[in-house]
Design a protein around this ligand. Structure first.
Ligand code: ATP
Length: 258
């Protein structure tokens, strides 16, 4: 489990996150929502130990991540950041192998080779393994990065959970691959030690797939919990300044905005 308690983050006199406490449990799709500038990416960076909050603590299980080395953390925690563009003419399989860098020192082992092969199969990019990454479409590149980050935590860790943190993973994906990706996350969750946290903008995808939602607004926690609790008319109006029509039937919940 990731447990963040009383997180406050400031840049100069500007408060970016204010007293945020959230829990992200294994076995669930945990999604962070909120309007542009709400602080979602900043919270993601804090829970990944890429930014140090002025106040508050982040625990992975019982361990304060401040007391975990970068190398140790990289073995169990993979992050898909918003800006993953690479400028080098690498083969797809070389990009995916970057995910294994925390696990070997000079040359990849057969275990690393196996991990990237299986991760490429999982995200349907194995056929592109020898292609120049730079020639791929935006959506294809994104799937290669999924294979890269998931290969990083492909094998269970010796102690504790594995953590997959995804900042806007659905960018560049068409509706087919958006749904496919969310179903793949579900499949990954069969591994009970996996904690998944993602940032998304699509409220209907969140309503369909999320088990736990966190809604930020102006750096504050507006709501956290089930989709019924978070995606209600009042919260939507506060966060997005739009009045939704919320429809619920046996297939799920839908939000329409005008
Ligand atoms: N280094 C920085 N210097 C100044 N302001 C910053 C810095 N980093 C973030 N901010 C500001 O903090 C606020 C939150 O940014 P953040 O990227 O976390 O938002 P977000 O919710 O991820 O937004 P988006 O949906 O647009 O990606 C924004 O107003 C942003 O301009």
């Amino acid at each position: 489990m990731i447990k963040a308690t009383n997180i406050s983050y400031k840049i100069g006199s500007k408060t970016i996150l204010k007293d945020i406490s959230v829990n992200f449990e294994p076995g669930k799709i945990n999604l962070i929502l909120g309007p542009n500038g709400a602080g979602k990416s900043t919270l993601v960076k804090v829970i990944c130990n890429q930014l140090k909050p002025q106040e508050g603590t982040v625990f992975y299980e019982e361990k304060n991540i401040r007391n975990t080395s970068v190398a140790e953390l990289a073995k169990v925690r993979a992050v898909l950041s918003q800006n993953t563009e690479l400028a080098f003419p690498l083969k797809v399989k070389e990009v995916v192998m970057m995910g294994r860098y925390p696990h070997f020192s000079v040359n990849p082992t057969s275990k690393d080779e196996q991990a990237i092969k299986e991760a490429m199969q999982f995200f349907d990019v194995e056929a592109m393994a020898d292609r120049d990454y730079l020639t791929l479409s935006g959506g294809e590149k994104q799937r290669v990065h999924f294979a890269r980050v998931v290969s990083q935590i492909w094998y269970p860790s010796e102690n504790g959970c594995r953590y997959l943190v995804l900042d806007e993973p659905l960018t560049f994906l068409d509706v087919h691959y958006q749904f496919q990706f969310m179903h793949k996350l579900r499949e990954l969750l069969k591994q009970k030690d996996l904690v998944i946290v993602g940032v998304v903008h699509d409220l209907n995808l969140a309503a369909k797939f999320a088990d736990h939602l966190v809604l930020l607004n102006h750096g504050e926690l507006l709501a956290a919990g089930s989709k019924e609790k978070v995606l209600n008319a009042e919260n939507m109006k506060t966060a997005y300044r739009l009045e939704p029509l919320i429809h619920q039937d046996e297939r799920g919940m839908y939000l329409f905005f005008e």
